[in-house]
Design a protein around this ligand. Structure first.
Ligand SMILES: [Zn+2]
Length: 119
């Protein structure tokens, strides 16, 4: 009997680090921010200044001061959309082939979202 490999299908995440995204649902709906981290396994993102939570931090001298700190918490991928740099609004993402590379493009205006983006 040949071994069968179980492949867990995972949708490819279209959002990458440093993209600008807009929150379209949830408590921070309407906010816009930069993607700090992507968690592909959880389908979640960390977005700058979005989903801030207050965290009680225990002091750990000399480096860590105790108190209440504000920090981002993860937001579900489905609650955000990428903001196109030229349309300046949340858009859906398409794909295009440039040379031998596949790039992400804005479905509305066709702007290439990968070339010339801030790293
Ligand atoms: Zn666009």
């Amino acid at each position: 009997m040949p071994k069968t490999e179980v492949v867990v299908e995972r949708k490819k995440i279209e959002i990458r680090r440093n993209d600008t995204v807009k929150v379209i649902a949830g408590k921070d709906k309407g906010k816009q921010g930069r993607v700090l981290r992507v968690f592909p396994d959880a389908n979640k993102l960390l977005v700058e200044h979005v989903m801030m939570v207050r965290k009680h931090v225990k002091a750990n001298p000399p480096r860590v001061k105790g108190g209440i700190a504000e920090q981002e918490s993860r937001i579900a991928l489905s609650n955000v959309m990428v903001v196109c740099s030229s349309c300046n609004r949340p858009v859906r993402i398409g794909h295009d082939v440039k040379g031998d590379q596949s790039v992400r493009v804005c479905r509305r205006c066709g702007t290439d979202l990968d070339t010339n983006r801030k790293k």
